[in-house]
Design a protein around this ligand. Structure first.
Ligand code: APR
Ligand code: PHB
Length: 397
């Protein structure tokens, strides 16, 4: 078996793995990324599109912000559509100047892949059977298959950035983990279209037929979502049916502005809340979707991945530069404090805005009234805004 060596072995070349790799590389800490899929597959996934200020700053720190700064759209607010009317959430005014950046995860991934390539750092794509070993020892290692051969990779630390279905979390003994989960009885049907967005800000719409979201990727590319039942067959949704249903769920004045066109991507994603505790086992650390999932209603998934990356990066920096190994044991608790707040916000936005078919009339009226209260009160709008732009990250000291 051929043996390789690195300082931090990273499993998964999604946004978590690539961003951690870039920050560590820039700091002179060597990484090697093992990715199961091809670059084309990783690149082709259409996912989120709203970046918190903290993530924008981290991408700038990593030196990969050039295209984002040129092409990303800064949004000062968003709209909630309720009872046929738009209610503005002025993020900037309500948070003392904070905003969000509209820039697709696809583009973030592309920029990170290009930066890693330019830096000459190694990603082994189509690496299979990745298996971490000796996690509780000071010399953990991995085995994997690549181009028909089996390799051993020795390292100091392993970063599990391999998403919800990855191997890292599954390697940890089940009795060492506690899982918290909620599955929602609906999914999001999303389409991407080369049409101008319906509005200059995002619109989150509550409607008795179900939730709808109007988002965008650029001035010429729109992203729309509809709440659909959990097991909905995608074949049942022609483009025409999608556009008709979207119009029904939006306030009339807004629906009249909708420009339709052929979809260039269409998919259904289930909605789930999931957290694993702790996010560390010996020298293995879990980051991003490997450790937690949020329903997309709060636009938090990608941003949480970035805050885990920031936390682990700052800890490893102090470990390598100052010998602060005491910090390693704090990783999970620091991450989880922020994650649970984002889980709460994502659950709340989901609960307020979606139609829960099984909820009784009383529960539906309470949700309606809770949302109206939040939207019509300055304190309520402030609470929504400060969560939406992202709560602060803890300093690593
Ligand atoms: N071996 C190697 N690579 C693996 C393995 C494995 N056993 N299992 C999964 N992977 C790879 C996947 O192919 C994928 O490229 O790990 C990567 C995980 O990427 P993501 O699922 O994108 O997870 P993450 O990087 O944490 O991104 C955070 O935020 O907006 C959300 O869900 C959205 O993907 C987004 C996430
Ligand atoms: C998206 O543009 O894909 C998007 C935006 C906001 C969300 C979720 C998804 O809350």
């Amino acid at each position: 078996m051929k043996t390789l060596k690195t300082q931090v072995a990273i499993i998964g070349a999604g946004p978590s793995g690539l961003l951690l790799g870039q920050l560590l590389h820039n700091a002179g800490i060597e990484t090697l990324i093992l990715e199961r899929q091809t670059p084309g597959y990783v690149q082709g996934r259409i996912r989120a599109g709203v970046l918190e200020q903290g993530m924008v700053d981290l991408l700038r720190q990593a030196g990969v912000s050039q295209r984002m700064d040129a092409e990303g759209l800064v949004h000062d607010g968003f709209e909630l559509a309720l009872n046929g009317q738009l209610k503005h959430i002025d993020l900037k005014a309500l948070t003392g100047g904070k905003t969000v950046m509209i820039y697709g995860q696809t583009e973030v991934t592309r920029d990170l892949m290009a930066a890693r390539k330019a830096a000459g750092a190694i990603t082994l794509y189509e690496a299979s059977n990745v298996q971490p070993h000796a996690l509780k020892s000071e010399q953990p290692w991995l085995t994997f298959d690549y181009e028909g051969e089996t390799f051993r990779l020795d390292c100091d630390y392993i970063a599990g950035c391999d998403g919800f279905h990855g191997v890292a979390r599954q390697t940890i003994p089940a009795d060492a983990l506690k899982i918290f989960e909620r599955v929602y009885p609906f999914g999001w049907l999303g389409i991407l279209a080369d049409t101008p967005p319906i509005h200059d800000e995002l619109v989150y719409a509550k409607h008795e037929r179900g939730f709808a979201l109007c988002s965008m990727r650029s001035a010429t590319r729109s992203r729309y979502y509809l709440q659909v039942p959990a097991e909905e067959p995608i074949e049942d949704w022609s483009d025409q049916r999608f556009w008709d249903e979207l119009k029904t769920r939006l306030p009339q004045d807004l629906a009249a502005q909708l420009v339709t066109g052929p979809s260039i991507e269409k998919s259904i994603a289930p909605l789930r809340s999931f957290v694993v505790e702790p996010m560390q086992y010996g020298r293995l650390f879990l980051l991003g979707d490997a450790a937690h999932i949020v329903p997309p209603t709060g636009a938090k998934g990608l941003n949480l991945a970035a805050s885990d990356v920031s936390t682990l990066f700052n800890i490893l920096l102090k470990v390598y530069r100052e010998g602060r190994v005491d910090l390693l044991e704090k990783y999970s608790a620091i991450c989880l404090r922020r994650i649970w707040k984002a889980e709460r916000f994502s659950w709340w936005m989901t609960s307020m805005l979606h139609h829960f078919p099984e909820a009784d009339g009383f529960s539906q009226r309470i949700a309606q009234s809770e949302l109206e209260y939040f939207v019509d009160s300055e304190a309520g709008r402030k609470t929504i805004a400060e969560n939406y732009v992202g709560l602060p990250c803890e300093a690593i000291e």
